[in-house]
Design a protein around this ligand. Structure first.
Ligand SMILES: [Zn+2]
Length: 280
């Protein structure tokens, strides 16, 4: 099996067993994955599809309230059954006043990271600060959605430069997903701020979003400009299925095309994620 750490995988329901998940990982040649707690079940998806547009916009927030605890507990339990394969990421509503307490509860239950998605607010919104404070205190890394594919209101809530606020908590380690496509130059510049003071807080994951040609161009710039330890591999796939294998094939293709040496590939596919999540 290859040393591949897929740092961005979404659980679609609370139904898969840890054995099912690991079987799919084996088939896809993936050694480790970060699995994100789902805020909605398959039944919820059908329910949301029948809602009015206005109701749909607030549905995620309500679903989180309804499902959050159970989803965080489920992900922690599944990961505890395969501790050498699955890293569980909790899902918390960043502006929920109960969010910091839920994060602490989820971390005590076994979650090792946090996935956040801005729902109608910017990441520098003051209502998010208590959660950042708590994540910094607990040493819990945050994976932020970033780039287009927003919250159905405005994708600009997820532009990379908006995340500069995290530098107010120097202990906080974060990843911006999708190379923040289409704002990839802005993502590289935001991440690259750490080049100047030597303190890298903002990492980037290479999960698709961008079409392949665009990804190749953006990754070339990222490889040339950024230090070796800030890029993480991820697929944004589901816990079961062969989409993962396709993204790995595409990433191998880009690495080959850009003549990226083996040691740098190893860092991006494996070592950087191990360092980021404190896995030895
Ligand atoms: Zn995602």
């Amino acid at each position: 099996m290859r040393d591949i750490f897929d740092t961005h995988v979404h659980a679609v329901d609370l139904a898969s067993t840890s054995d099912d998940i690991v079987r799919s990982m084996d088939a896809n040649d993936v050694r480790m994955m970060c699995l994100i707690a789902p805020y909605k079940t398959i039944a919820d998806r059908d329910f949301v599809a029948r809602m009015s547009p206005v109701e749909r916009m607030t549905a995620i927030r309500h679903l989180y309230k309804k499902n959050g605890r159970a989803a965080n507990d489920w992900i922690a339990r599944v990961a505890s059954e395969k501790p050498d394969r699955i890293v569980p990421l909790a899902f918390v509503d960043s502006i929920d006043p109960d969010g910091p307490a839920e994060l602490e509860r989820a971390v005590n239950a076994g979650c090792r990271g946090l996935k956040l998605f801005n729902m109608g607010h910017y990441p520098w919104d003051e209502r998010c600060w208590p959660l950042y404070e708590k994540a910094a205190e607990l040493g819990t890394p945050i994976l932020f959605h970033s780039g287009i594919l927003g919250d159905n209101r405005n994708s600009r809530f997820h532009r990379p430069a908006e995340y500069e606020i995290v530098k107010q908590w120097p202990a906080l380690k974060v990843v911006l997903a999708h190379l923040s496509w289409p704002w990839t130059d802005e993502a590289i510049a935001t991440c690259g701020m750490g080049r100047l003071d030597g303190h890298i807080q903002i990492h980037l994951d290479l999960t698709p979003g961008a079409p392949l040609e665009w990804r190749e161009d953006a990754e070339r710039k990222a490889f040339e400009y950024l230090p070796d330890n800030v890029l993480l591999f991820g697929t944004d796939g589901k816990e079961i299925g062969d989409y993962t294998a396709r993204v790995i094939r595409e990433q191998d293709f880009i690495f080959d095309k850009l003549n990226i040496p083996a040691d740098k590939r190893h860092k991006i596919y494996w070592q950087n994620a191990c360092d980021f999540y404190g896995i030895s």
